[in-house]
Design a protein around this ligand. Structure first.
Ligand SMILES: *Cc1c(COP(=O)(O)O)cnc(C)c1O
Length: 709
């Protein structure tokens, strides 16, 4: 920690080095004392770089930096930021003060294929990554000893642009990891994949107190195919995907060893990471233990979170391919090809059965959980064949997902709750009790907050839509209408998520005429903002994006429907803070949890959702609306028709009338009461501090205690 200078100005080199220091830990991203320094450094470049601290620093002119080095207020903010971070890193957190006091050596190794930490660090595709990012931040805030492992993707996921016909154009930028604040540990490993030894360098990104290690194979030492292993996220054919997973699991465990990171508990966040447990068992075996016993030991110390009930969401490989790629590991373990293949099969010896990563993870984990109560139930049914017991006896529990509040709450909203109900988010404890007082907030001032957040969203959408129109080379009139899209005072529905087909993005357009009547009412209009990306190989998902895009161009909905390209964490924050209503229309029960709907309530937004994922646990009849019922219909078209009928009725009879029912002061008192109730009831439970504390108590600590070794 540098000491604050007595003189109000400092040398330019010192300022630059302090700024680099502040950018070197992602702590800056969820603490205003961090990110606001870089925003002030150069607001234009801050926006142009999608809020990248080091990108902004690189692009800020020397003259501006020199001027700021003489600006005592700015210099003080830099020192204050560094001091706040040092205090954070040094404090005894929740875990040290309580549960963790007597757990010598306890350390969790968290494995995941993607991490969503910030929009400027493009290493995530969707909900899984966002959840992992939030998990690391909460683990840091609560002081849970945890190290994370992943891959460093040169191209990230992809950048989405929509062509004039609404078709998806996939762009792959090359990222400079150093600009993400990622540092090289100078440690490399040689990971056996097939008959080759693939070299990976180990990179590190600090997330508060938590080190996130990322493997990178894009090195001259490797053959061209192996360099591609860390090119992109969920890119390429099954063989490439399998090799990526070998790198993550086997290479990841080797990297922890090379780094001297001793973990007692493994957390496989999704089956992608299952080879980590296998590698751990083989390491144990090589110290002289029989392999089956090694599996038992590893199983006791492994936690596995499964993330989807969609069958295609579970990776399955040709067993021959697995045996080839894992030949070295099998030889070390003394496993025959059949024995290795059987680890990923429900029925041993069944030549017809593929190798399933989820089955491998189930086999090597004692503590398994789904990500909501409903998903736990669905998973017990789904995997009863594996456990060979009735669904009720399947040992799969549930830990419902949550969001990292400081990451997702808008600073304006945070200040509002601070002033109104003395909410203090800096306090790092799993129980977020302060929210229950949300009802005491002043209705008029709350409505002003809502109007500000909505208006900011409207202007954000206009800016983005104007840019999109210009890029597509559309005419003057299209650009002009983009510029005047949407309206400030109009009930605004938000919908943003990956465009996987089960999420049914276009469902609300099922009966376009009926929807048009709802949206274009002259007295009670409604507008909808969409965002979302489909996987580059998911043609049906891209067709959904195209259909929604075409609706933005339909004169029937003129000016009332918008589609913002390139859904990322920034777009997510804008939409979840600005929308009055958050729409969620998955086919039940395919949404394992979903977390986007936990973000609007931080801003007094209301959910309008199918009873799927986390929502049945939260819905109390006042904090939002539930679409349809819990009944599943036999065929998809009837299910769609039934769900959308319920959605239209809710909009026509409840949502829209309540929003526009105003008192003498122009306030929708009924709506405000619901919105404040949403803020009082959702955030206390559906946040990632509660989630990580639950993982710690229910899974990590028990696994640590009985692991035996
Ligand atoms: C919150 C968030 C998600 C996860 O939300 P779902 O409800 O699972 O769709 C995905 N992507 C982004 C950018 C988010 O902000």
């Amino acid at each position: 920690m540098p000491h604050a200078p007595r003189f109000p100005s400092i040398a330019v080199d010192d300022l630059v080095s302090h700024l680099r220091d502040l950018a070197s830990n992602v702590w800056w991203s969820w603490n205003e004392e961090g990110w606001s320094v870089f925003q002030t450094l150069d607001p234009t470049e801050w926006r142009a770089t999608n809020h990248s601290p080091l990108g902004t620093l690189e692009r800020t002119t020397a003259a501006r930096i020199a001027a700021l080095a003489c600006d005592p207020i700015f210099v003080k903010r830099v020192y204050d930021g560094l001091a706040a971070r040092a205090a954070y890193l040094g404090e005894r957190a929740w875990f040290q003060r309580g549960a963790g006091a007597h757990r010598a050596g306890f350390r969790v190794g968290y494995f995941c294929s993607e991490y969503g930490l910030h929009e400027s660090i493009q290493q995530y595709a969707g909900g899984l990554g966002i959840l992992a990012g939030d998990h690391l931040k909460s683990a840091s805030d609560l002081g849970i000893p945890l190290v994370a492992m992943g891959l460093a993707y040169r191209h990230g996921y992809y950048i989405q642009q929509l062509a004039r016909d609404g078709s998806t154009q996939v762009l792959y930028p090359e990222y400079d990891f150093a600009r993400f604040g990622i540092e090289d540990t100078r440690i490399t490993i040689g990971c056996p994949i097939g008959s080759r030894i693939v070299t990976a360098r180990v990179l590190r990104l600090w997330v508060g107190r938590v080190p996130l290690y990322l493997l990178d194979t894009d090195l001259k030492a490797n053959a061209p195919d192996d360099r591609k292993l860390t090119e992109g996220l969920y890119k390429g054919d099954p063989l490439l995907r399998l090799r990526q997973q070998v790198l993550l699991g086997v290479g990841g465990m080797m990297a922890l060893k090379a780094l001297g990171e001793k973990v007692t508990v493994l957390h496989l966040n999704e089956g992608h990471a299952a080879f980590a447990a296998l590698q751990r068992a083989v390491d144990l075996h090589s110290t002289g233990r029989p392999i089956q016993e090694s599996f038992d030991v590893v199983r006791r110390a492994t936690v596995f979170t499964t993330h989807t009930p969609v069958p295609a969401g579970h990776d399955r490989y040709d067993p021959k391919m697995v045996c080839e790629e894992l030949a070295t590991l099998a030889a070390r373990a003394g496993l025959s090809q059949t024995e290795l293949a059987d680890l990923g099969r429900i029925n041993a010896g069944d030549e017809e059965e593929t190798f399933c990563m989820t089955v491998l993870a189930l086999r090597l984990s004692q503590r398994v959980n789904g990500v909501s109560q409903l998903h736990g139930e669905v998973s017990r049914d789904m995997w009863k064949k594996f456990y060979r017991v009735g669904a009720a006896k399947v040992p799969i529990g549930s830990i419902t997902n949550g969001v990292h509040v400081k990451t997702w709450i808008d600073p304006d909203a945070e200040r509002f709750w601070q002033n109104e109900i003395a909410l203090r988010l800096g306090k790092q404890a799993p129980k977020a009790t302060g929210w229950s007082h949300a009802k005491d907030a002043d209705p008029a001032r709350f409505w002003e907050l809502r109007e500000r957040l909505r208006s900011r969203l409207v202007h954000f959408v206009r800016d983005r839509m104007t840019m999109q129109c210009k890029r597509r080379g559309e005419g003057q009139s299209a650009v002009a209408s983009a510029y005047s899209l949407l309206d400030d005072g109009v009930l605004t529905i938000g919908f943003a998520r990956r465009f996987a087909t089960y999420k049914r993005a276009p469902l609300i357009f099922h009966d376009p005429k009926r929807l048009a009547q709802i949206l274009s009412s002259s007295t009670r209009p409604v507008q909808i903002v969409f965002a979302g990306k489909a996987h580059p190989r998911d043609e049906a998902g891209q067709a959904f994006a195209q259909r929604v895009f075409s609706m933005t161009r339909d004169p029937m909905f003129a000016g009332r429907v918008a589609f913002v390209e390139e859904y990322d964490m920034h777009v997510g924050r804008m939409l979840t803070s600005g929308a009055d209503v958050w729409l969620n229309t998955p086919t039940r029960p395919y949404e394992a949890s979903g977390t986007s709907g936990m973000k609007p309530p931080l801003h007094g937004g209301l959910n309008l959702s199918i009873l799927d994922g986390w929502w049945p646990e939260a819905a109390d009849g006042i904090n939002g609306w539930s679409i349809g019922s819990t009944q599943t219909l036999a065929d998809a078209p009837s299910q769609d028709a039934s769900d959308v009928e319920s959605l239209y009725r809710l909009l026509e009879e409840s949502v829209v009338p309540q929003f526009y029912e105003r008192d003498a002061n122009g306030l929708p008192q009924g709506w405000i009461a619901r919105a404040l109730h949403s803020a009082a009831t959702v955030p206390p439970e559906f946040n990632s501090h509660r989630m990580v504390a639950q993982y710690t108590r229910k899974a990590y600590l028990p696994a640590h205690s009985i692991r035996g070794s």
